[in-house]
Design a protein around this ligand. Sequence first.
Ligand SMILES: [Zn+2]
Ligand SMILES: [Zn+2]
Length: 261
Amino acid sequence: MAVTVSVLGSGSRGNATFIKTDSVRLLIDAGLSRRELGKRLEAIGEDPDGIDAVFITHEHNDHGAGLGPLLGDLPVRAFLTRGTLRGLKADAFELHGGEIVPITAGVSFTVGDAEITAFAVPHDANEPVAFSVKAGGIRVTQLTDVGHLSDAVARNLLDADCLILESNHDLEMLRVGPYPWALKERLMGRFGHLSNYAVGKFIREQFDGRASHLVLAHLSEKNNHPEIARQETLRALKQRGFKTTVTMTNQQEPTAPIRLC
Ligand SMILES: [Zn+2]
Ligand SMILES: [Zn+2]
């Protein structure tokens, strides 16, 4: 049994994460164009049409804009909360042999050999969730687009073998950066995005250290720098004595596939 993970792209211009188990090929979010999605799957040695199911976290463009075209092209099953469904107007999508399945946060469901749990997250969208996927005893959990880590949310990050976590902005870069104040407030707010500092705090105070891989995602291109985010996380891991491998994602290209077994 092995599970392969690649973040195909991550950031405010489009997100998609590919997870392959023994029996199914899954996608968390469809924020890339159909063409770009195919290209990136090919780049990591996968079939460009090889998607069985997709899970959408929320209706923001960078997570859901590619869902309509994907469902119009491939027989994919799409799982999303009713709020996300409404936000994307997904009822109007043309299907090509696939289906749209409404889900509820806290209620697990299965796709092939994978058991998926959606959990509610604080973010400024209709009914946003994050996903944890477990297959053959291996758990992959992804959390992006989250304003703050309440204990309830942080509990869902325990017991992961691979944890994909948002490290959106550096607080100082955001403060002095080019964004208008209202947008800065939104990003820093309790329903915005997670900072490098918040990730470090999570690692120091709540992380169980079980994951062999920690993948930092949804980095801002204007208000963060990959090396600053990476160093902040490495410092916190070192303080805890964890030997977790840290992988950075970016907007332009997929990460090398991470194989978990
Ligand atoms: Zn986003
Ligand atoms: Zn969002």
